[in-house]
Design a protein around this ligand. Structure first.
Ligand code: ZN
Length: 247
């Protein structure tokens, strides 16, 4: 079973469609680690598309905030403005679907899904010390996480925790990780709709556990078109500008 793993789509339909086109024919089951909406201009289109694709989806903090399942006191003003705009745009049906998304960790198709950290869905995992607990506690060899919008990951084989560089070069579209039976993995497929690791291309992963490989992809998309829709919607300018620099 080949799994297409997406996260942090953030209502960016162009990035989602470019990724689906690039990955066409390479996967059988779709997995989404949350933040389907927030920041981007296409919340209904992206939510409907993910629903229609039958993705196994867990909630992200933006999905929760939009569905009023968490306060936005911790959100910066720009993120808060995007949450309010997104809520005003969503159909009741899509809002209801987002509100009903399960919380990670969720075990599906032989992997574990979390939005942020294994112990706390809203926590960020950037460093080895933040990754350690998830690597030790997860019920699966491979755990996928999102939330940081950084493609990459960690592996663990007692006593060594390794930071993995899993990022295709600028002139390449993918790189592959070979899974070793003796190691555990915590992997971030990268953000579809708002990358923050200095590569503005949409990021995702394709996992093939039977063949012990996970591929990490980057795909270009029409950033200018998305920026135009964001400006037309009067979404905050810092959110518009960050798409082209990828941070
Ligand atoms: Zn996010």
């Amino acid at each position: 079973m080949r799994l297409l793993v997406l996260t942090d789509i953030h209502a960016n339909l162009s990035a989602l469609e470019a990724s689906l086109t690039a990955a066409e024919g390479s996967w059988q089951r779709l997995i989404c680690l949350g933040d389907v909406v927030g920041y981007g201009p296409d919340p209904n289109e992206v939510t409907s598309r993910i629903r229609e694709l039958g993705a196994v989806t867990i909630r992200g903090n933006h999905d929760k905030a939009v569905a009023e399942l968490m306060p936005t006191d911790d959100f910066n003003p720009v993120a808060k403005a995007a949450v309010n705009w997104t809520r005003s745009q969503l159909s009741n049906e899509n809002l209801g679907w987002l509100a009903g998304l399960p919380q990670g960790p969720l075990e599906a198709e032989g992997v574990v899904l979390v939005h942020g950290a294994f112990q706390d869905e809203d926590e960020y995992v950037f460093t080895p010390s933040q990754a350690l607990e998830g690597l030790l506690d997860s019920t699966s060899q491979v755990t996928f996480f999102g939330h940081t919008h950084h493609q990459g990951g960690f592996s663990y084989q007692d006593p060594e925790l390794e930071v993995l560089s899993l990022h295709p070069r600028t002139n390449e579209s993918r790189c592959a990780l070979r899974l070793e039976d003796s190691k555990r993995y915590l992997l971030n497929p990268g953000s579809i709709g708002q990358p923050r690791d200095t590569d503005p291309r949409a990021g995702f992963a394709i996992a093939d556990l039977e063949n012990h490989t996970v591929e990490f992809w980057r795909v270009p998309y029409d950033i200018a078109g998305v920026q135009k829709r964001m400006r037309d919607a009067k979404l905050p300018e810092p959110l518009v500008l960050r798409l082209q620099v990828g941070r």
